[in-house]
Write a protein that binds this ligand. Structure first.
Ligand code: HPA
Length: 277
């Protein structure tokens, strides 16, 4: 009897790009929008941006799209939205991130990015909530991602797939973001596996090897987006200073609260940046 998988990506014989193409066809059928121009993954604190981007053409529960997983966390909305901007572009908003720490494998982590590419999106905007290593930063501050260090020891690429990661987080798109807010600082995002926060010693290590931001997403997604030929813009909301940089212990509640407080301001910023892309 053939083995059955509730998620086709869990079948090692499945081709993840074919699964992404089926997911893109699901989105086209459920939204009536054949082609998207830009895709946007909304991390903690960035959720309201979807409401400000334009008219919501369709809102699709992620569970109705092939290969997507149920959100692991409350507050991580499992919805895909198709939005038409005032400029007439179609934006696919992904409110259903699968994190590496959930343990479902990297194929599921990057499925939303591959699906976005299969819908036609040429620009991938990745946002997250993260810890700040730079002492001059404060909780609630958005920063651009200039580059990353992937400490997961994993890759979404399979086989001998040699992909260049120079200018992974497009300088051109960061410049566009700065036409909207010239004060935006930038930094190197360091992806840890999580779900535990880092120890102060790990934060010091990240700092010494060139990291400015610590988080648990984005780097693996950015690699998959580059493989798919998309141009990438990355934004971190600094929800807290990283462990040991801030003197108080970290808590998920604090991270969510900082995201909630910053949400109106950073969502408006993000909506304006997307309109300028
Ligand atoms: N570390 C890792 N991930 C995070 C943090 C952090 O300090 N804050 C929010 N997400």
């Amino acid at each position: 009897m053939p083995e059955t998988h509730s998620n086709p990506l869990d079948d090692p014989a499945a081709n993840p790009f074919e699964v992404a193409a089926i997911a893109a066809a699901d989105i086209a059928r459920l939204s009536g929008v054949e082609h998207h121009d830009i895709a946007l993954t909304l991390g903690s604190g960035w959720g309201k941006a979807a409401d400000l981007l334009g008219e919501t053409v369709a809102s699709i529960p992620a569970t109705e799209v092939t290969g997507f997983s149920k959100p692991a966390l409350e507050g991580h909305v499992g919805t895909l939205r198709s939005i038409r901007t005032p400029g007439g572009r179609h934006v696919l908003v992904i409110g259903a991130r699968t994190h590496y720490y959930e343990g479902h494998g990297v194929r599921r982590v990057v499925h939303s990015v591959r699906t976005a590419a299969a819908t036609g999106a040429k620009i991938m905007v990745l946002t997250n909530g993260a810890g700040g290593i730079q002492e001059t930063w404060s909780p609630g501050q958005p920063v651009l991602i200039s580059d990353h260090i992937n400490l997961t020891a994993d890759s979404p690429l399979e086989g001998a797939t040699f992909i260049d990661l120079t200018d992974l987080y497009s300088k051109r798109l960061r410049d566009v973001a700065r036409t909207v807010d010239a004060s935006l600082d930038e930094g190197v995002y360091t992806q840890f596996r999580g779900p535990h926060y880092e120890t102060p010693a790990e934060v010091q290590m990240a700092k010494r090897i060139g990291g400015d931001i610590v988080g648990m997403s984005t780097a693996l997604e950015a690699i998959a987006a580059r493989e798919a030929g998309m141009e990438i813009l990355g934004f971190s909301l600094i929800t807290n200073l990283a462990a040991g940089i801030q003197q108080t212990p970290l808590s998920h509640t604090e991270v969510i609260e900082a995201g909630r407080e910053a949400e109106p301001v950073i969502s408006a910023l993000l909506a304006r940046v997307v309109e300028a892309l």
